[in-house]
Design a protein around this ligand. Structure first.
Ligand code: GDP
Ligand code: IMO
Ligand code: MG
Length: 428
C-alpha cells in the first residue's frame, strides 16, 4: 500500500494529526501538500502534547521523512521556530525536506491578510491572519516568491520589487498603511538562506523514487473538504485544494499512484471562522459539545462553532475525495447524551434535498432534517475492539457508516495515541 492520502471531511480539526500519528510508525514519508501555518494539529503522545502548524504531524514519528511539498506556502520564520521548539523537546527534525517550488509567505502577505479582513468588515472570512490567501493569490497571479528564489539574490530582489510595486500602492492609497521596503523583505529572506539550503530538494523526484522502491508515503492534508477553494463553501474557504486531488498537484505525484484515500470525520461537526454551517447549534447543546470536545482553535484559540453530524457532508466528501476509508473521531465526546440528532438531508425552502446543494444561497438556507439515534452513558475511552463499545455506540457508528458512503475503518475514543478502535487496517 505505497501511497495513501489522508484528508479532513468537514471544516477542519477532525483529528487529522492524531490519525497521521496512528500510521506514523508504518510509513516512510509524510508529505504536507497544501496550506501553511493556518493548520493546527494537536497530537498527544503519552503525557506529551504537541501542537503542529506548518510541519506535517508525521515529524513526530521516529524514522519518518517529513516533506513540505510544492503545494504548501511556507513562512520560513515559523518553520524555524517550530523546528527549534520540537528539537528542544527531543524530536529529531533533521530529515525534513522542503520543496524548492513551495511559495514563501512574507511580511507583506501577513499584512495584506489582516488589512483585507478588516476592510471586509461584516463580510470577513475570519482567516487565521497568517498570510495564506495573499500568498496563494500571488502564486496564481505569477508574482509569488518561491523557496528557490532565496538562493539567487538578483532574482529575489527583482521579484520582491515587482511584487511590492503594486502592493505598496494598494497599502498606501487604499488601506492607508505604510509602504513596505523591498530591501527589508529581501534582507529578511536572505538571512534564512544558509539554514534553509540543506533542507531544500526536488521533492517530487524524491517521492516518486521512494514509491518506485516500494516505500510507503502518506500525504497529509491540512484544512478540509468544506474549506477547499474549489469544492468548499466558497468564499468562506481557505485558498488551497485541501481535497485528495490537491495531493497530486501539491506534490508532483501523479493521481494514478494513489492507492487509498482516508477521510477523517468527527462524530459531530465544528467550524472556525465565518460561513454556512447547517447543523450549527446556538443553544446549550452547542456549548456542551464545545466544552466536552475542547473545541477551541489550536492556531488562534478561537472557540469553534459546533453542531451535529451532517451525513450529506460526509457523503459529499466521500464523492469529491474518492474516500476508501473514514476514520471517525471523538465518539467519546458524545457519551452521556440520551438521544443524538444526525442530519440526514436538508430542507431548502420547503423542498427535501439529500445532497449538499451546488448553490451557495441554497446551502445558506438549508435547514437540517434530523434523525435521532439513541445515546449511551458508559465510558468508552477504554474500548479497543468494536465489540467493546456499548450497543448504542456501535449502532450510532453503523448508522453513520450507512449514510456516509464509505466504510468506517477506525474510531477515536479519546485524544491519546492508543485511544482508538481499528476495524480495518488502514494501510493493508
Ligand atoms: P486536526 O486539525 O484535524 O489535526 O485536528 P485538531 O488537532 O485541530 O483537533 C482535534 C482535537 O481532538 C485535538 O485536540 C486531538 O487531540 C483531539 N482528538 C483527536 N481524536 C480524538 C478522539 O477520538 N477523542 C477525543 N476526545 N479527542 C480527540
Ligand atoms: P486544520 O488543518 C479549521 C479556516 C479559517 C477561515 C478560513 C480561511 O487544523 O484542520 P485562512 O487563514 O486559511 O485563509 O482562513 O479557513 N481554517 C481552518 N479551520 N481548521 C484549519 O486547519 C483551518 N485552516 C484554515 O478559520 O475560516
Ligand atoms: Mg486543527
Amino acid at each position: 500500500m505505497p501511497a495513501v492520502v489522508l484528508i479532513g471531511a468537514q471544516w477542519g480539526d477532525e483529528g487529522k494529526g492524531k490519525a497521521t500519528d496512528l500510521l506514523g510508525s508504518r510509513v516512510d514519508y509524510v508529505v504536507k501538500f497544501n496550506g501553511g501555518n493556518n493548520a493546527g494539529h494537536t497530537v498527544v503522545i503519552g503525557d506529551k502534547k504537541y501542537a503542529l502548524h506548518l510541519l506535517p504531524s508525521g515529524i513526530l514519528s521516529d524514522g519518518v521523512v517529513p516533506v513540505i511539498a510544492n503545494g504548501v506556502v511556507v513562512d520560513i520564520e515559523v518553520l524555524f521556530n517550530e523546528l527549534d521548539a520540537l528539537s528542544a523537546r527531543g524530536v529529531d527534525v533533521s530529515r525534513l525536506l522542503v520543496s524548492a517550488n513551495a511559495h514563501v509567505i512574507t511580511h507583506y502577505h501577513r499584512t495584506i491578510d489582516k488589512v483585507t479582513e478588516r476592510f471586509l468588515g461584516k463580510r470577513q472570512i475570519g482567516t487565521t491572519g497568517r498570510g495564506i490567501g495573499p500568498t496563494y493569490a500571488d502564486k496564481i497571479n505569477r508574482v509569488g516568491i518561491r523557496v528557490q528564489d532565496i538562493f539567487d539574490e538578483g532574482i529575489l530582489r527583482q521579484k520582491v520589487e515587482g511584487a511590492l510595486d503594486q502592493k505598496n500602492h494598494l497599502l498606501l492609497k487604499v488601506y492607508n498603511r505604510r509602504a513596505i521596503s523591498p530591501e527589508e523583505i529581501v534582507d529578511d529572506l536572505l538571512s534564512y538562506a544558509d539554514r534553509l539550503r540543506p533542507m531544500v530538494a526536488d521533492t517530487s523526484l524524491v517521492l516518486n523514487r521512494a514509491l518506485d522502491e516500494g516505500q510507503t508515503v502518506l500525504f497529509e492534508g491540512g484544512q478540509a473538504t468544506m474549506l477547499d477553494v474549489d469544492h468548499g463553501t466558497y468564499p468562506f474557504v481557505t485558498s488551497s485544494n485541501a481535497t485528495s486531488g490537491g495531493a497530486a498537484t501539491g506534490s508532483g505525484v501523479a493521481p494514478n499512484r494513489f492507492d487509498r484515500v482516508i477521510a477523517v470525520v468527527k462524530a459531530y461537526t465544528t467550524r472556525v471562522g465565518a460561513g454556512p454551517f447547517p447543523t450549527e447549534l446556538h443553544d446549550e447543546s452547542g456549548e456542551w459539545l464545545r466544552g466536552r470536545g475542547f473545541e477551541f482553535g489550536t492556531t488562534t484559540g478561537r472557540p469553534r462553532r459546533t453542531g451535529w453530524y451532517d451525513a450529506p457532508i460526509a457523503r459529499y466528501s466521500a464523492r469529491i475525495n474518492g474516500v476508501t476509508d473514514f476514520v471517525l473521531t471523538k465518539l467519546d465526546v458524545l457519551t452521556g447524551l440520551e438521544r443524538i440528532p444526525v442530519a440526514v438531508a436538508y430542507d431548502v425552502d420547503g423542498m427535501r434535498v439529500d445532497e449538499v446543494p451546488v448553490s451557495q444561497s441554497d446551502f445558506h438556507h438549508a435547514k437540517p432534517i434530523y434523525e435521532e439515534l439513541p445515546g449511551w452513558s458508559e465510558d468508552i475511552s477504554g474500548a479497543r475492539e468494536f465489540d467493546d463499545l456499548p450497543r448504542a455506540a456501535r449502532d450510532y457508528v453503523l448508522a453513520l457508516e450507512e449514510m456516509s458512503g464509505s466504510r468506517f475503518s477506525a474510531i477515536g475514543v479519546g485524544p491519546a495515541r492508543d485511544e482508538i478502535v481499528v476495524r480495518h487496517d488502514l494501510l493493508d
